[in-house]
Design a protein around this ligand. Structure first.
Ligand code: 5GP
Ligand code: MG
Length: 178
């Protein structure tokens, strides 16, 4: 599928499913090397990261735990900058190495909110993995340790990312047609 309509918007194919899977494998390989000897808890950010987290964790080859938090900052096709926590961290994360998993890092507001929350707990370390990263939109200095595709500042859907709640189930990523 090269073109896609969701509600009032048209999208075109941007990153095909096979390329996404290759990139997820590359990120998993790095994490498998870097953190194999640590006590790791992966922390997926719902809703968007559910698919990336699910595929990534299947490729992790050491014993580790996964938990999810739910944050929301997007309204329609724009980041609101106002991050709300809907489900918090209810796992024992003290002395653990946390790997925050997000679908995409845009302005970085969401990332900053979660990092701030984690800094109040006695964790051993925090790393960040994101499948997509928009360098031109990023406003923070928090390093994105495992960044997949660096993309332009356009609105994308698929592979966990939605437009008005739709499109999360797509296995490829699509970009808004202007
Ligand atoms: P940030 O707080 O970094 O501005 O935004 C992060 C969150 O906004 C992501 O986790 C994602 O849920 C959402 N987001 C950012 N850019 C896009 C995009 O291009 N498409 C969609 N569907 N969601 C996005
Ligand atoms: Mg998200």
């Amino acid at each position: 599928m090269v073109k896609l309509n969701i509600l009032d918007k048209q999208f075109r194919l941007f990153i095909p499913a096979e390329k996404i899977q290759q990139e997820v494998q590359r990120i998993a390989d790095q994490i498998n090397t870097d953190l194999k000897n640590e006590d790791v808890v992966f922390l997926g950010i719902l809703n968007g990261a559910f698919m990336f987290a699910s595929d990534l964790l299947r490729k992790i080859n050491f014993n580790s735990k996964i938990s999810f938090v739910k944050l929301a900052s997007y309204e329609g096709t724009r980041s609101s900058g106002n991050v709300r926590e809907l489900i918090g961290v209810n796992e024992d994360i003290s002395n653990k190495h946390l790997i925050v998993i997000d679908d995409i890092i845009d302005t970085g507001h969401t990332l900053e909110a979660i990092i701030e929350e984690l800094s109040k707990r006695k964790v051993a370390g925090v790393k960040v993995a994101a499948l997509l990263f928009k360098p031109a939109a990023y406003q923070k200095n928090i390093p994105v340790d495992y960044a997949g595709f660096k993309i332009p500042n356009d609105f994308v859907v698929g592979y966990g990312l939605d437009y008005e709640g739709f499109g999360r189930n797509l296995t490829s990523i699509y970009t808004l047609t202007k």
